[in-house]
Design a protein around this ligand. Structure first.
Ligand code: AMP
Length: 359
């Protein structure tokens, strides 16, 4: 394929911190970025040459945006597929609307993985409280129920402790159509793997990351995850298989559970940069953000092998106000997202601490 060379303009759908860090990486390689994000005060807009602040269904704004860019990617997988299809009619859209359609829907995601022989938690689609109660009984007497779409950071999900509790939990979740009931996985660790794939099929995979959540929000990632080589290889192979089968152009982040018997169960797919890959900015020759730019522009992919071990901690809400103390810590790498309002639990920045590899 003919590469999209430095100097070209990359369109980014979504203006959060992932878009911001993508734009920073793109700028380093000489690209300009144009972000499409309804919110006027988006973190990415501060570092992009242009910002289209319009709704996802604003056809004229979408067309104007497409005309102004050379390739389009996204940092937010809940961009409406209709908008992505419209953009894809005139510009390379990486990842494609088809990839997005799978990644936006937990049932589509799990169906896709299971068809490839990739294990997930056992699951059932449920449409009402009775079906939830039956699924809960079939899944071992308790389950997690989740919205199939628009869920992130644990939003829209609940534990169903017994089949008898299904009616109460269903009522509490409110209207919302089909949901997914999943077996509660007794995981010993949560892992993620980020793989990049170019339109001509080249791939590069970052090593697995070990993730700790608090209240369903990622708190800390450690990389490389301390896993036996064969387990790390299996996790990487799962991510690569999914990226290739989906035909991802760009990045695919795959979240997995690890159980005590070394089984890996895929939990979620995100065809974009991922919070658990922020450590790559400071510990790898190429960051996940630069790798995304390279992948969508058809450039050589960078070396994803870390040169140091890394621990990334998210700064949530008011924690980012601690920046003077953090900046004073030798070796610490501070990243702030420039968000105006520090709501509790909101991702305001992150810090990365590096540790040399012991050889
Ligand atoms: P998710 O929105 O699917 O990424 O879920 C958020 C977090 O909830 C995960 O990172 C897990 O810590 C927990 N979780 C989600 N699904 C399950 C499950 N089936 N079994 C156990 N824990 C889960």
């Amino acid at each position: 394929m003919t590469p999209i060379p430095p100097g070209a303009t990359i369109g980014i759908l979504g203006g959060g911190q992932l878009g911001r860090m993508t734009a920073l990486a793109a700028a380093r390689l000489g690209y300009r970025c144009h972000v499409y994000e309804p919110d006027e005060l988006a973190p990415a807009a501060d570092v992009c040459a242009r910002h289209t602040a319009a709704a996802w269904d604003d056809a004229a704004a979408l067309d104007g945006f497409a005309a102004a860019v050379d390739v389009i990617t996204l940092e937010f997988e809940n961009v409406p597929v209709a908008a992505v299809e419209r953009l894809a009619a005139s510009r390379p859209m990486r990842p494609s609307a088809a990839v997005l359609a799978v990644a936006q829907d937990r049932i589509a995601e799990k169906t896709f993985a299971n068809r490839l022989g990739i294990a997930t938690a056992a699951w059932h689609a449920v449409h009402d409280a009775d079906e939830l109660a039956a699924a809960c009984a079939a899944l071992g007497g308790r389950c997690v129920v989740k919205t199939t779409r628009w869920g992130y950071d644990g939003k829209g999900q609940a534990l169903v402790p017994t089949p008898e509790a299904a009616a109460t939990v269903w009522a509490r979740l409110g209207a919302g159509g089909v949901r997914i009931a999943e077996a509660v996985v007794p995981f010993v660790a949560e892992l993620s793997v980020i793989v990049a794939r170019t339109p001509d099929g080249r791939t590069a995979t970052f090593p697995p990351t070990l993730n700790e959540h608090e209240h369903h929000i990622l708190r800390r990632s450690r990389a490389p995850a301390p896993l036996a080589d064969d387990l790390a290889d299996r996790a990487a192979a799962i991510a690569r298989t999914l990226a290739v089968a989906l035909g991802v152009e760009g990045l695919l982040a795959v979240e997995m559970f690890l159980t005590a018997d070394d089984t890996l169960l895929v939990n979620e797919l995100a065809p974009r940069p991922h919070n658990s890959g922020h450590w790559t900015i400071d510990a790898c020759p190429v960051s996940q953000f630069e790798q995304l730019v390279r992948a969508i522009c058809g450039l050589p992919l960078g070396d994803p092998t870390p040169f140091a071990a890394a621990e990334m901690t998210n700064l949530l809400g008011s924690e980012a106000e601690d920046w003077p103390r953090l900046l004073a810590e030798p070796g610490l790498r501070l990243h702030l997202y420039g968000k105006r309002e520090a709501r509790p639990g909101r991702k305001m920045g992150h810090v990365t601490r590096l540790r040399p590899f012991m050889r």
